[in-house]
Write a protein that binds this ligand. Structure first.
Ligand code: HEC
Ligand code: HEC
Ligand code: HEC
Length: 132
């Protein structure tokens, strides 16, 4: 019985090592945030989803550290994080210019999920935020 237990433990370790090295091969793809990043300043709310961008063949270098730092909330601290900058080719507008990706002056609601979309993602109904 004891030997059998040891064998199972050994097999488990082998499987774990194999699993971990498989994860390392995929390493880069796994490291990006799995949950969408939501901007709430100056307007609530704009959605950025890493997965859909990575699935479109973009690598980390195309956004980090320019035009975006690898730290959520950084761009929001800048006074020029607004549509004017996007139209001038900054931030999301680096690609969302109608050539690399759909233009920033179109399809507003793809990026802007609004307060309702924000509440849905946060799992709150929005009740208690005042009368509507
Ligand atoms: C199309 C643009 C884009 C690509 C490609 C991209 N990112 Fe990001 N990433 C962002 C944006 C936007 C933010 C938020 C920055 C901000 O709020 O100022 C961010 C934030 C992050 C953060 C910080 C998350 C947090 O909660 O603070 C990490 C980590 C990150 N990215 C990793 C990656 C990795 C790894 C890759 C490549 C696999 C990658 N990103 C590719 C746009 C991108
Ligand atoms: C490095 C280029 C690049 C940057 C920077 C970038 N995007 Fe995109 N984005 C793309 C591409 C490419 C697509 C897919 C093609 C298309 O939809 O036109 C896309 C698709 C999208 C979509 C539709 C798919 C989805 O995720 O639902 C949204 C929304 C979006 N981007 C939002 C943003 C926002 C918000 C930012 C800035 C925080 C941003 N993107 C920055 C290249 C970029
Ligand atoms: C590619 C994504 C994207 C698209 C498309 C987009 N926006 Fe934005 N928008 C942003 C980001 C990012 C911000 C800054 C973050 C925030 O306010 O949460 C912003 C901020 C804003 C703001 C507040 C700041 C300012 O410039 O006054 C307004 C208003 C706005 N957008 C309106 C629009 C309208 C109207 C459209 C369609 C014609 C549109 N947006 C399309 C990403 C986008």
């Amino acid at each position: 019985m004891y030997k059998k237990g040891l064998l199972y433990a050994l097999m488990g370790t082998v499987a774990l090592v194999m699993f971990m090295s498989a994860g390392q091969v995929m390493g880069q793809d796994e490291d990006y945030p799995q949950e969408p990043i939501i901007f709430t300043k100056p307007v609530k709310a704009v959605i950025f989803d890493h997965k859909s961008h990575i699935d479109n063949g973009l690598d980390c270098d195309s956004c980090h550290d320019d035009p975006f730092e690898m730290a959520a909330g950084t761009a929001e601290e800048n006074a020029d994080f607004n549509m004017k900058s996007l139209y001038q080719g900054k931030y999301c507008g680096t690609c969302h210019d109608g050539e690399s990706a759909f233009a920033s002056n179109t399809r507003c609601t793809l990026c802007h999920i609004g307060v309702k979309g924000y509440n849905r993602l946060m799992g709150t109904s929005g009740e208690g935020e005042g009368h509507h």
